[in-house]
Design a protein around this ligand. Structure first.
Ligand SMILES: O=C(O)C(=O)C[C@]1(C(=O)O)C=C[C@@H](O)C=C1
Length: 276
């Protein structure tokens, strides 16, 4: 069987590739993309079979623009994967902490280390496309005044020394990634989780009515995220992840909430996979 083509934001040895390996195994073709939007374009143009997309980090929070991409492209969420994130400061061999002027990394990785950099305000923090690409640039351009925040794989691949380990603000640090496919696959029998999206009217109790249905049908909400509806004041899209033990209760809950919602969309039904 042909190896699946998996589009990731970033380059090889980035956390996105690690997440893809964790979900699919190592036998995949990684399609490197410059941005999250480019990963979606690549799947739309049939250059990729799947997209792996970070959606939330336990320190930095939600990657909000990715919710907009999910809506725009209307791909199907077919799975999820959680990855522990350990961030290290790395530089060319011989470079010492005192030599550093610039720190480069992906903005979400930088946000996870904000407490560390608060102690060193003289360091200039520069956002870049992905963690591994920053390590690669230091190596290729032999930058002696710059460090990257990245993982051990990137340090090994680009011959950098780790000069400070585990600089993330909290040790229990993980990122949740979604696995996207162009179209929904045949309904699996063991699905027990779904990502849905809807709007409710701006009136007393409308959202509460929806949440009450889930409670009554014993459906667990694992996440709720709102994003403004473009150009409409006080109107929001609610993105909700729900889990169930009994499929019939899930089915009944969906029928019941349709009454209280507009633009209701099931973004994906899949098997819960929250092992970090
Ligand atoms: O730069 C990388 O290595 C990435 O894969 C990106 C990314 C992200 O988008 O959140 C992935 C996981 C970590 O949370 C930090 C950065």
């Amino acid at each position: 069987m042909k190896a699946p083509r998996v589009a990731i934001q970033g380059t090889k040895a980035s956390f996105h590739e690690a997440a893809a390996f964790k979900y699919f195994g190592k036998d995949i073709e990684t399609i490197e993309c410059e941005s999250f939007k480019k990963t979606c374009e690549s799947m739309q143009q049939n250059e990729a079979d799947y997209v792996v997309m970070a959606i939330e980090n336990s320190i930095a929070g939600s990657l909000l623009p990715n919710y907009t991409l999910l809506r725009e492209y209307n791909f199907s969420i077919t799975g999820e994967v959680y990855l522990p994130i350990q961030l290290h400061l790395m530089a060319l061999p011989g470079v010492k902490f005192e030599d550093i002027k610039y720190v480069t990394s992906h903005p979400i990785a930088i946000r996870q280390c904000i407490d560390f950099f608060d102690q060193f305000p003289h360091l200039q923090v520069i956002e870049s496309s992905d963690t591994a690409a920053c390590a690669k640039k230091i190596s290729e351009e032999q930058l002696t005044d710059t460090v990257a925040i990245a993982n051990t794989l990137a340090a090994e691949l680009y011959g950098l020394n780790i000069i400070e380990r585990r600089i993330e603000s909290n040790r229990k640090n993980f990122t949740r990634f979604l696995i996207l496919k162009r179209e929904a696959v045949e309904e699996a029998h063991d699905i027990n989780k779904a990502s849905i999206c809807f709007q409710v009217g701006n009136a007393v109790g409308t959202l509460a009515k929806v949440l009450n249905v889930f409670a009554e049908e014993r459906i667990n909400l694992s996440k709720i995220q709102s994003m403004p509806v473009l150009g409409r004041r006080n109107e929001y899209n609610f993105y909700v992840d729900i889990e169930w033990e009994n499929f019939d209760q899930y089915d009944r809950a969906l029928r019941r909430v349709l009454k209280y919602t507009v633009n209701f969309n099931i973004m994906g039904e899949y098997v819960k996979n929250d092992q970090v």
